[in-house]
Design a protein around this ligand. Structure first.
Ligand code: ADP
Ligand code: ZN
Ligand code: ZN
Length: 725
């Protein structure tokens, strides 16, 4: 008899044995339908065996082997096994969570064939001269189709909105779908620039790597890292290889997809991110697995895409925190990508203007090869000049200094754009009673309610609780309640009052909540219909606004003295990134930072555009304090409605950790930085070690003990290499 060991989506660390009826066979990686409890569920075959430890009367048969799509390849299963072990997450849940949702059900999946688009008879009879000129994209598509039929990807390469226009053309009957795929010629490549010497050096170094090698591409903003990626991709595509390009969540826009497609018009590119519907995600995954898609562009989850011809991995903005998943399998896609590159023996490139200290340290110690782009690619585009505005003795009722207002006024006169960057949305972080000192706290959390004046509400940014703004103090009845601190809405209002004629646009999570709003806003900015942008970090990343010459940073100081040891690393990255928005084209940019600590090393480094000195200072501090990357950490978190339950569990976990007597440092149980959230109490326990290996050994011993602890009414989790505390 033959048996299979199956991974199922259940919170147990074991696999489950089933037998195969005589006329059925299954191979590793295949999806199977099995009975689990009273349900039928889909699992993945991890092993095939000729025996089992399960007694004959208890073992059940595989209900059905699913043949609709090819098995999950062995290298992917190996990667998932590694992740399950490394991040201490049940294997079955790890494997199933990596699959697109469709593949977790037994509904048959059919791989859609790639379509080709051609002009219909009525389309061929059209006189393009008679169509309205302003429909530029329509003209471009039709003109391209007059020359030749196009694949979907080629259409996508025409413009970021080409697919929407194509739909209209199909409806009008001028264009039709043909089933036969367009035969591929040698992939063409739009070579936009000749590389600078530094870019060429970076490209050559990576191209010479014949097996695994990890490169850290440290390039200042505007130095042309993207161009390096494109040339590396070209090399790989010529050899028929596949490229995996990971980007942070917020950067993955249709513009980016269009950009890469336009550089490789004949190559099939698929994107994978949480914004796709399930059908699209499954199709894209299968096209990558079949080897048809040669470029996979995606957010962290795409690191688990099967790629038979994988030849290169690129992680753009490698320092970005969105590569770390914050629930379930708490993986770092960057770190998994590095493991995957090793496993598949292919080079990997980590790119950033402000590398994470972990990566920079690895480059210093020689584990990664450092490649530097120290100049802007476009010689005319100067780096912005950065200055601090000392506000230590100033009283700024609306949070904006006179010097900042003056600089904004100059830009308005010159008809240039400005960006005011502030890391808090809403009107003000808290409402205070001037008589008794009452503060607007959240009833469910340890945090404060943020004042949103637009709809006169107080909102908790942690649990979502909201209530109307009280007319009088709930504590003493005084009617004089004042906003304390500033948020985007307050800045917007203050600026509008000061510059009544200025066109001001606020960009934050509140103003862009509706789908598509951000795209419309971006268009407004590009068309110069905006004078002043007020925004949060949403605006910091990867957008090119050529007419933007001033960036003002309002209140960066709290990060300097945060209890989170990564806060200043994040601040430096963020400010470098916003600073990079200023003066991208021929107009020089200026960055003004309002701070009470203008002499702080962080601002000095920012002014000097000197990441390296800053990074070295930070690394020295981290080494002295015993923080990553000099130690490896795991954080146990627990939460529950009863504080005593939470702490009882945590103290037992602590005792179990101590009892191991292993080469790790076990800290005390402490309340989380946000000790109460949505009516739950949160506590945490940190364990760290000088080596990854000893921490992993410890975890393998500790996790089974944690699983044994009574934990009714609690939720707990392990976070290996945590980014947030
Ligand atoms: P980064 O990603 O490093 O911030 P980008 O790749 O966006 O930089 O490049 C910045 C600008 O420089 C872009 O407008 C790009 O087209 C241009 N550029 C890149 N490489 C070159 C080059 N070799 N010669 C001229 N311009 C270049
Ligand atoms: Zn009061
Ligand atoms: Zn709350």
């Amino acid at each position: 008899m033959s048996f299979v060991r199956v991974a199922l989506d259940v919170p147990l660390s074991t696999l489950f044995d089933y037998f195969l009826a005589e006329n059925i066979s299954a191979s590793v990686g295949q999806r199977v339908l099995v009975t689990f409890g009273r349900q039928q569920v889909v699992g993945v075959v991890m092993e095939c065996r000729s025996e089992t430890a399960v007694p004959a009367e208890r073992i059940k048969a595989v209900v059905q082997v699913l043949h609709d799509v090819p098995p999950v390849p062995a290298d992917m299963l190996k990667l998932l096994r590694f992740c399950s072990d490394y991040y201490q997450h049940p294997l079955g849940m790890t494997v199933l969570s990596a699959l697109p949702t469709r593949m977790r059900s037994s509904e048959p999946i059919t791989l859609k064939r790639a379509l080709t688009y051609a002009l219909s008879a009525s389309g061929r009879a059209l006189d393009l001269e008679l169509l309205p000129r302003r429909k530029v994209v329509q003209h471009r598509i039709l003109r391209a189709l007059q020359a030749d039929a196009l694949s979907g990807n080629q259409v996508r390469g025409i413009s970021a909105t080409a697919m929407t226009t194509l739909k209209l053309l199909l409806e009008s009957g001028w264009v039709e779908e043909c089933a036969e795929a367009k035969p591929l010629t040698t992939p063409s490549f739009n070579n936009a620039h000749s590389l600078t010497a530094e870019q060429q050096h970076a490209v050559d170094a990576v191209n010479q790597a014949k097996a695994y090698a990890c490169f850290l591409l440290h390039g200042i903003t505007g130095s042309g890292k993207t161009e390096v990626y494109v040339h590396l991709m070209h090399e790989v595509l010529q050899r028929g290889g596949q490229v995996l390009l990971l980007v942070p969540e917020i950067n993955l826009t249709p513009q980016l997809e269009h950009y890469f497609q336009s550089r490789f018009p004949d190559v099939e590119l698929v994107s994978l991110h949480s914004g796709l519907n399930e059908g699209e995600r499954t199709q894209n995954w299968l096209r990558a697995q079949s080897g048809q898609a040669h470029i996979v562009l995606g957010t962290r989850l795409s690191v688990f895409t099967p790629l038979p011809q994988l030849a290169l991995i690129i992680v753009d903005e490698e320092h970005d925190a969105s590569f770390k998943q914050q629930d379930g399998l708490r993986y770092s896609a960057r770190d998994v990508a590095i493991f995957r590159a090793k496993q598949r023996m292919v080079p990997i490139v980590l790119g950033s203007a402000t590398p994470s200290l972990e990566s920079y340290y690895n480059a210093q110690s020689g584990r990664y090869t450092l490649l530097r782009l120290s100049q802007r690619a476009n010689a005319q585009a100067q780096l912005p000049s950065v200055r601090c505005l000392n506000i230590s003795n100033a009283i700024l009722p609306e949070g904006i200094s006179p010097a900042m207002l003056g600089a904004l006024g100059e830009r308005l006169q010159r008809r240039e754009q400005s960006l005011i960057f502030i890391n808090r949305r809403g009107h003000a972080p808290v409402l205070m009673c001037t008589a008794c000192g009452w503060l607007s706290g959240c009833p469910n959390c340890a945090g404060k309610l943020v004042l949103h004046l637009k709809d006169r509400r107080l909102r908790c940014h942690h649990c979502g609780h909201q209530q109307r703004v009280p007319h009088t103090c709930p504590s003493c009845g005084n009617a004089d309640l004042q906003p304390v601190g500033i948020g985007t809405q307050r800045v917007e209002a203050a600026l509008q009052e000061h510059f009544p004629d200025a066109r001001i646009l606020r960009v934050d999570r509140d103003s862009t909540r509706n789908k598509g709003t951000w795209n419309a806003m971006r268009k407004q900015i590009e068309e110069n219909a905006v004078d002043i942008l007020v925004g949060t970090q949403m605006l910091a990343k990867g957008h090119d606004f050529p007419n933007l010459t001033l960036v003002g940073v309002l209140n960066p100081d709290s990060a300097l003295y945060s209890s989170d040891f990564r806060a200043s690393e994040k601040l430096f990255a963020q400010l470098s990134q916003v600073a990079g928005r200023a003066g991208r084209a021929d107009k020089p940019g200026e960055v003004l930072v309002q701070t009470a600590f203008p002499e702080h090393p962080l601002f000095r480094a920012l002014i000097a555009h000197d990441y390296e000195t800053w990074a070295r200072t930070m690394l020295a501090e981290r080494e002295q304090a015993g923080f990553p990357p000099f130690v490896y950490q795991v954080l146990l978190r627990a939460e529950g409605k009863q504080e005593s339950d939470v702490f009882a569990f945590m103290h037992k976990a602590h005792a179990a950790a101590k009892a191991q007597g292993m080469d790790v440092e076990v800290y005390g149980v402490v309340p989380a930085a946000m000790p109460r959230r949505a009516n739950h109490f949160l506590a945490q326990l940190l364990v760290q070690s000088a080596t990854r290996k000893s921490l992993q050994q410890f975890l393998r011993a500790w996790k089974p003990l944690l699983d044994e602890l009574p934990a009714q009414k609690l939720r707990w989790s392990l976070d290996v290499d945590p980014l947030e505390f």
